[in-house]
Design a protein around this ligand. Structure first.
Ligand code: MRU
Length: 334
């Protein structure tokens, strides 16, 4: 099933090449584009997904707006379009801000394409380095023989580098400390069952996919030692937005007296927001609740809700692992 040394996205030969994650694990199909509009669509459709990968894709996408030379209006149009794709992951806005700062420093006579591309590459390289540091910092918390539960996908598919929570798990596995990983399927879009399972298979790490509703039973009966997930936006008090279902896992950990960790790069920390109630939660279409791939599960005219993220209050988070170290409650990042 896994044929190649897969990657989420890369800039190759003047194109952004990305893996269409909606087709995993069945097909490893790479798409190449030089269109920021196509990148925006890919982010909306979750062909490219995961907070850091969304930011990097947007950074490369704005470079394409300068293909015909310096153009402020083309740049602003691209930034405006990309900023509307997904509201919750702060990495998107962090990356667009970084690109805006570079563009603002340029004179119209300068080669805006090259300067912006240089910045996008440096964001990508920083992401790789941050993942490596997060993996080392996080793995130091995982003891020999650990049974771990994770949610959504936080591996190489979600980043430019190796990942956050899933890369911590890989690092701990390589150190001989992981006995088993339970993977929440992550309804409705199945990032756990499709993407995390794909990555764990690639790494040869023993795992079982469970439905999200099995988590409490599995934590109790399989003696799960810790839960670790990623985040899409962490506010300055440590409240953390992540894939819907994360909050209930943190509550389960509290009840069962086991640690609940978040692993994320500093680009996910939104120091401007004081607390999680200010985070905009993406609400996606009802179709995703009623349909898996092309199979309709129930009557699609039924009313439904589809909040894509939830916010875990900081007091439920045992530690937030970043490239700088492991923070604990009460959180202060600066
Ligand atoms: O909707 P998605 O698949 O983009 O959501 C992804 C998550 O919630 C991840 O946990 C988060 O982005 C961290 S990825 C390192």
């Amino acid at each position: 099933m896994i044929k190649t040394e897969y990657f989420s996205l890369k800039f190759i030969d003047k194109h952004l090449v990305f893996l269409d994650q909606t087709q995993l694990p069945f097909h490893e199909k790479y798409i190449q584009t030089t269109s920021y509009e196509r990148v925006a669509e890919a982010i909306e459709k979750l062909e490219i997904r995961g907070a850091p990968a969304i930011g990097l894709a947007a950074a490369y996408a704005v470079v394409f707006s300068q293909e015909n030379g310096y153009s402020k209006s083309a740049f602003n149009k691209a930034v405006g379009r990309l900023a509307k794709t997904r509201p919750t992951a702060v990495n998107l806005f962090w990356a667009l801000n970084s690109m805006q700062k570079v563009f603002a420093s340029l004179a119209p006579s300068e080669d805006s394409y090259s300067f912006l591309l240089h910045k996008a590459h440096s964001l990508y390289n920083d992401d790789v380095a941050m993942c490596d540091a997060i993996a080392v910092n996080g793995a130091s918390l995982i003891k020999k023989g650990s049974v771990v539960l994770t949610h959504c996908n936080t591996g190489r598919l979600a980043m430019g580098g190796g990942g956050t929570a899933l890369y911590v798990i890989k690092q701990a596995f390589d150190a001989g400390n992981i006995k088993h990983v339970f993977v929440d399927e992550t309804r409705p879009l199945l990032q756990g069952a499709r993407l995390t399972a794909f990555e764990l298979t690639h790494y040869g790490i023993p795992f079982s996919v469970i439905t999200d509703s099995m988590a409490a039973h599995i934590i109790k009966t399989e003696k799960v030692n810790l839960v670790i997930t990623g985040a899409d936006r962490i506010t300055s008090n440590g409240d953390s937005a992540n894939k819907i279902g994360t909050y209930s896992l943190a509550i389960l950990c509290k009840y069962h007296g086991i640690p609940f960790y978040i692993a994320a790069p500093s680009s996910t920390i939104d120091v401007a927001l004081p607390s999680g109630d200010k985070i905009v939660i993406e609400e996606r279409g009802a179709k995703e609740v009623f349909q898996i791939q092309n199979t309709l599960l129930t009557d699609s005219s039924f009313p439904a809700r589809n909040p894509s993220f939830d916010v875990t209050p900081s007091e439920l988070i045992t530690g937030i692992i970043t490239e700088s170290g492991v923070f604990d409650y009460p959180y202060k990042f600066v």
